[in-house]
Design a protein around this ligand. Structure first.
Ligand code: ATP
Ligand code: MG
Length: 640
């Protein structure tokens, strides 16, 4: 045991080691990017395990599930222990698991289904249509998407609708009463249908913990240790949840960097870190292990305003300064990046060593074309998630109605696939089968008994009939073979690709024997959609394209930050919403992802949207990150 511990401590410096060994009770590691915060959490887990803590007594919360998997893998290698009993994942994932298990205490049925963002917006649309006439709809009222963001922000910040509107959407102040009614309707409808949206996963967990002291202590006594990465981006709900969960043992270990707080638009607040710091052990790490000294020098000169001043110390040296590249327009920019990627790979780097980061997904489209043209393999981290694509969602909707036959949005989705069934008919069918259902007859039974004029409704019925009480992979097969295949073939020219996705889904489902577990796992995982990448050479890896938000916590040898033009980045909306600080932190996150080489590209001619936005705004965007870069800390290239 001792040699084991000694071995792995070689992987930590003295500051990191202290953070791992001397953190009992409440502890906060506060340190800059690339200083090994994530590594410290990983080794803290290993340390606990080697000191007799059981995997089931540890809760690890990370920003993505992929991050959790990676950390567990590492801890597994170090400790040679089986960690499958450890609860780990994002807040949403963890809350979902807790609710399935204990949610009956607040009246939740364990077969609740989860609305993803698109589903939730659809439901908001229904709620909205009950209060707003179609005439009003067109102008004097927020769209269902806007309503959803206001609602979500409200839930995540504990503000009232009125306060959110004042803060984020002043123009709707006149209709805030109606907005409140729509929200009440939306919430009621979720209850009737036994569905939860993403925010509910947090909110209901909190309600469950606060509503029942005995249960709270029971759950909390299970978690001897709670560890949270990226704590600067937690919101008030998440703070309260971890506080409750750590109530019995009091061992809460979080790591954070205030300068990398980039989710305040979703209610994240740095005050959470300050709150945990109160009465906690605080650890600092000064060394940056990720980037070369030349990159770190630039990083040190770009510390976002209003963040705790800290200077990173580099240990890796290099002669290559960061390179700032000016092109004429964003087509030239895409051309430059693609060409440079080829040269870098010729110099011996792998495609997978390279990432391109941007402020908004739309800024990557020219580059995607250019990369495709040159057969450069890439994957898009920020594309749609696998389970959010239309055809996968159709299949998932079918599974959801089998699990929870009161899920209206899923019924809508399935019924609208049937020919001759539009919105109106679908609504009629759903309202009939849900209102007439009782203990003996579920909505599924009632649907099977209904007579509906349509050539393929019989196919749907037999798919349902044959799927009840079957394993999820059989349910998908039934749905596909008896009903969906014809529809897919008829509607899509890229039918083969979509069929492959369904096959993949069947394969994924084959590891589960009940549909509930399967849906739990796929619906809130952040898995990358692979279809958007082009597979030329799997073994050589792929260039990563991602928004900066999704790049949090990750690192690559070579990083391109593209589109650093006023209006694109900083984003024009930041000016309107007064969030330039957050844009600065985003830029800081972006440039700190690079290990060896950093390119920052910008173009002289702005995008078309820029003109549009600046004509429609009373303020101009004059903030230019490139101008902030000290001349002696980078090379400046102009390529034409
Ligand atoms: P971020 O703020 O971006 O999330 P972080 O503080 O979590 O960064 P890590 O990702 O844990 O930093 O570490 C950054 C890099 O430095 C990783 O490649 C990691 O393996 C390496 N590293 C961390 N600590 C050490 C160390 N003591 N010796 C050598 N390499 C280290
Ligand atoms: Mg990290």
């Amino acid at each position: 045991k001792d040699s084991n511990i000694e071995d792995f401590f070689k992987e930590l410096d003295s500051e990191q080691r202290r953070a791992v060994m001397e953190s009992n009770g409440k502890s906060v590691v506060i340190a800059g990017p690339g200083s090994g915060k994530t590594r410290v959490i990983t080794y803290k887990i290993a340390y606990l395990l080697l000191n007799g803590v059981m995997p089931s007594e540890i809760l690890l919360v990370t920003f993505t599930r992929a991050a959790a998997r990676e950390m567990i893998e590492r801890a597994q290698i170090v400790t040679k222990k089986d960690l499958s009993d450890m609860m780990a994942g994002t807040f949403h994932h963890v809350c979902n698991l807790l609710l399935r298990k204990y949610g009956s205490s607040i009246g939740l049925k364990s077969n609740f289904t989860i609305l993803d963002e698109e589903d939730a917006k659809d439901l908001m649309k229904i709620a909205r249509s009950r209060y707003v006439t179609s005439k009003q709809m067109n102008k004097a009222f927020p769209t269902h998407s806007e309503l959803y963001s206001i609602y979500s922000y409200m839930v995540n910040t504990f503000l009232t609708p009125y306060e959110v509107v004042i803060k984020r959407a002043k123009r709707w102040i006149q209709v805030v009463d109606v907005i409140e009614k729509v929200f009440q309707e939306y919430a009621l409808e979720k209850e009737r249908q036994n569905v939860l949206d993403y925010d509910d996963l947090l909110l209901k967990t909190l309600q469950m913990l606060e509503g029942n002291e005995e249960l709270r202590r029971r759950i909390s006594s299970r978690f001897k240790w709670i560890l949270v990465d990226e704590f600067q981006d937690t919101n008030i709900l998440q703070l309260k949840i971890v506080q409750h969960l750590s109530e019995v043992h009091g061992n809460l270990f979080v790591v954070a960097d205030d300068a990398q707080s980039i989710y305040s638009f979703r209610g994240a607040r740095f005050e959470n870190v300050k709150e945990v710091m109160d009465g906690a052990n605080v650890f600092k790490i000064q060394t940056n292990y990720r980037s070369t000294d030349k990159i770190v020098e630039l990083v040190n000169s770009m510390i976002p305003r209003n963040s705790v001043p800290k200077k990173l110390r580099a240990i890796r040296t290099s002669v290559q300064k960061p390179i700032v590249v000016n092109t004429y327009d964003h087509f030239d920019e895409a051309y430059f990046v693609a060409q440079r990627i080829n040269e870098i790979v010729d110099e011996g780097f792998d495609y997978s060593d390279i990432a391109v980061l941007y402020r908004a997904h739309a800024h990557s489209l020219e580059l995607q074309l250019e990369l495709t043209k040159r057969n450069i393999p890439f994957k898009v981290l920020s594309g749609l998630r696998f389970t959010e694509t239309a055809h996968v969602k159709d299949v998932v909707a079918f599974l959801k109605i089998l699990l929870n036959p009161y899920d209206v949005i899923s019924w809508m989705r399935v019924l609208k696939l049937v020919d001759n069934v539009g919105n109106v008919t679908a609504e009629k069918i759903i309202s009939r089968i849900t209102s007439e259902s009782n203990e003996e007859k579920s909505p599924l039974d009632l649907f099977l008994e209904m007579k509906i004029k349509s050539s393929n409704v019989e196919n749907l019925k037999s798919a349902i009939f044959n799927s009840i009480d079957k394993a999820p992979s059989f349910q998908i097969k039934n749905f596909y073979e008896q009903f969906y295949q014809d529809i897919l073939e008829y509607h899509y020219t890229d039918f083969r690709d979509r069929e492959e996705d369904i096959e993949r889904l069947i394969e994924m489902a084959s590891y589960y024997d009940n549909v509930e577990d399967f849906l739990n796992d796929i619906l809130i995982s952040e898995d990358v959609r692979t279809n958007e990448s082009n597979d030329f050479s799997d073994d050589k890896g792929k260039v990563t394209l991602t928004t900066i938000h999704q790049a949090k916590g990750l690192e690559w040898k070579v990083v391109f930050v593209i589109g650093v033009n006023p209006g694109d980045f900083p984003h024009f909306l930041a000016l309107k919403d007064n969030t330039l600080d957050e844009e600065e932190r985003l830029f800081y996150v972006a440039i700190t992802r690079a290990k060896d080489i950093l390119y920052i590209t910008h173009s002289t001619l702005p995008r078309r949207e820029y003109f549009y936005n600046s004509f429609n705004s009373d303020k101009q965007i004059d903030r230019d990150f490139v101008k902030d870069i000290p001349r002696d800390l980078a090379e400046f290239w102009k390529v034409r």
